[in-house]
Design a binder for this molecule. Structure first.
Ligand code: GLU
Length: 462
C-alpha cells in the first residue's frame, strides 16, 4: 500500500501490515500471485460515512461529537460490525477495526461483510438521559446509511444493550419498520439468547481447542491459571466460563488499573465477577471496589497498570480482553517468563506487532511442553459477531432459538474457526519440524482468501 496522499492512520496501518506480512511470509502469493491485487482492493473501504452529532447535556448546553461508519467490505454479506463510543475513536481506529472485522466475519462461516462505526463520545460520567439523547441524535443520521440487508451495526466498547435499545427505537421511529437492523438487542424485542455471553464464551471455547491440540488431548482448562485484562462484557463472560471449566481467574482490569490476586493460590469467584459487572453498568471504576475490605484482603490493585507484569506466581493462559495494543513486546516476554503457554485475544488487535513477534518466535522455536501458542482476535473473539449473525438469522425467520441451541452453534463455529486456521497454516505456512502451526498466519490467510475469491466472482478485481 502506498502511503502517498493518505493521512496518517497508525492503527489501520498496523492492522494492514500485520495481515499483509503474514500473507507475504506464506506460500499464498507464490501459489496465487493474482491475490496481491485482491489485497490492494480489499484494503480500501467501499464507503466511509462521517457525520455531526449534536446533542443536549443535562445543563442545556449544546454538545458536538463526530460520528462515523466505515462500510469496509460487502462481498460476503451486509456490512456487519460494532459501534464504539470512546473518546479515542477516530477514522484510523475505525478503519483498523473494520478491516479486522472483514476477515473475522469470514472466519465465522456466516454471510456477513465487514464494517465498524462509532463516535468520540465518552459515555463515562454521563447520565442515562444524556446517553439516550446522544444515541437518538447519532441514529437520526446513521439510519440513512444502514438497513437489515445493507449494514447491521452492534455494540463494541461503550455500547451495550442499553445504547442498542435507544438506537433501535430511533431507527424504528424514523423508518417506521421493525427489522433486525442492529444486533445485541434486548431479549424481549428480538435479541438472541447468549449474545451478551458470546464473545467471552467463544474465546474460551477456542482456547480449549488450542490446549487440547497442543497437549494431545491430555490437558484442559482444569487447573489452569488464567490472566484476563478488561472487565467489560468480553472479560466478564470469559472469566465465568474459565471458572465453569475448572480454571482459576487471576486478574481483571479497567482503563484505570489492574486487580490481581495477592497470593499464588485461588481465583476470582463468580460473585466477585458479578460485583464488578454491577459497577460497570453504572460506568464506575474497579478502584471503588478494590478499596473495600472484601477485595483488599484478597487482591492487590495497581493503579495505572495492566495485569501482565503484576501477577503473583504462575500464568498458564492470558486473555487480553480490554482494547487494542494492550500487550507490549516486554509484557509478552514477561508472560512467557511467568510460564504462559496460550495467549488468545478477546480484544481486537490486543497485541502490538512486537508482542506478536515475541509469541510467534517462541512458537516456532520451541516444541512440546515449552511451545507458546498465540491466537489473534479476529479468530479467537469471532464468537460475538457469530452470534450476531445468528441473531440476524432468527430475526429474518421470526423465530427465537433456545440458549442451548445458540450455545451449541457457537461451539461449532469456534471449533470450525480453530480448525480452519490450523489447516490453512499447514497448507500455506512453512514451519519448523514439530512446531505448532501459526494460528495468526493461518487465520489471516483463511479469512483473506474467502473474501478475495468472492470479490473476484463479483468482478471487484480481475
Ligand atoms: N464488536 C464486536 C466485534 O468486535 C461484535 C460486532 C457485532 O456483533 O457485529 O466483533
Amino acid at each position: 500500500m502506498t502511503a502517498q496522499n493518505l493521512p496518517s492512520e497508525p492503527e489501520f496501518e498496523q492492522a494492514y501490515k500485520e495481515l499483509a506480512s503474514t500473507l507475504e511470509n506464506s506460500t499464498l502469493f507464490q501459489k496465487k500471485p493474482e491475490f496481491r491485487k485482491a489485497l490492494q482492493v480489499v484494503s480500501v473501504p467501499e464507503r466511509v460515512v462521517q457525520f455531526r452529532v449534536v446533542w443536549e447535556d443535562d445543563q442545556g448546553n449544546v454538545q458536538i461529537n463526530r460520528g462515523f461508519r466505515v462500510q469496509f467490505n460487502s462481498a460476503l454479506g451486509p456490512y456487519k460490525g460494532g459501534l464504539r463510543f470512546h473518546p479515542s475513536v477516530n477514522l484510523s481506529i475505525l478503519k483498523f477495526l473494520g478491516f479486522e472485522q472483514i476477515f473475522k466475519n469470514a472466519l465465522t462461516g456466516l454471510n456477513m461483510g465487514g464494517g465498524k462505526g462509532g463516535s468520540d463520545f465518552d459515555p463515562k460520567g454521563k447520565s442515562d438521559n444524556e446517553i439516550r439523547r446522544f444515541c437518538v441524535s447519532f441514529m437520526t443520521e446513521l439510519c440513512k446509511h444502514i438497513g437489515q440487508d445493507t449494514d447491521v451495526p452492534a455494540g463494541d466498547i461503550g455500547v451495550t444493550g442499553r445504547e442498542v435499545g435507544f438506537m433501535f427505537g430511533q431507527y424504528k421511529k424514523i423508518r417506521n419498520e421493525w427489522v433486525g437492523v442492529l444486533t445485541g438487542k434486548g431479549q424481549s424485542w428480538g435479541g438472541s439468547l447468549i449474545r451478551p455471553e458470546a464473545t467471552g464464551y467463544g474465546v474460551v471455547y477456542y482456547v480449549d481447542h488450542m490446549i487440547k491440540y497442543a497437549s494431545g488431548g491430555k490437558e484442559s482448562f482444569a487447573g489452569k491459571r488464567v490472566a484476563i485484562s478488561g472487565s467489560g462484557n468480553v472479560a466478564q463472560y470469559a472469566a465465568l466460563k474459565v471458572i465453569e471449566l475448572g480454571g482459576s481467574v487471576i486478574s481483571l482490569s479497567d482503563s484505570q488499573g489492574a486487580l490481581v490476586l495477592s497470593g499464588e493460590e485461588g481465583s476470582f469467584t463468580p460473585e466477585e465477577i458479578n460485583q464488578i459487572a454491577a459497577i460497570k453498568v453504572e460506568r464506575k471504576q474497579i478502584s471503588e471496589l478494590a478499596s473495600t475490605s472484601a477485595f483488599s484482603s484478597k487482591f492487590k490493585y495497581i493503579a495505572g497498570a495492566r495485569p501482565w507484569t503484576n501477577i503473583t506466581g504462575r500464568v498458564d493462559v492470558a486473555l487480553p480482553s480490554a482494547t487494542q495494543n494492550e500487550v507490549s513486546g516486554d509484557e509478552a516476554k514477561a508472560l512467557i517468563a511467568a510460564g504462559c503457554k496460550f495467549i488468545a485475544e478477546g480484544s481486537n488487535m490486543g497485541s502490538t506487532q512486537e508482542a506478536i513477534d515475541v509469541f510467534e518466535a517462541h512458537r516456532e522455536g520451541n516444541q512440546g511442553a515449552s511451545a507458546i501458542w498465540y491466537a489473534p482476535g479476529k479468530a479467537a473473539n469471532a464468537g460475538g459477531v457469530a452470534v450476531s449473525g445468528l441473531e440476524m438469522a432468527q430475526n429474518s425467520s421470526r423465530v427465537t432459538w433456545t440458549s442451548e441451541e445458540v450455545d451449541t452453534r457457537l461451539k461449532h463455529i469456534m471449533e470450525d474457526c480453530f480448525n480452519n486456521g490450523l489447516a490453512t497454516a499447514k497448507e500455506y505456512v512453512p514451519a519448523a519440524e514439530g512446531s505448532l502451526p501459526s494460528l495468526v498466519a493461518g487465520s489471516n490467510i483463511a479469512g483473506f482468501t474467502k473474501v478475495a475469491e468472492a470479490m473476484k466472482d463479483h468482478g471487484d478485481w480481475w
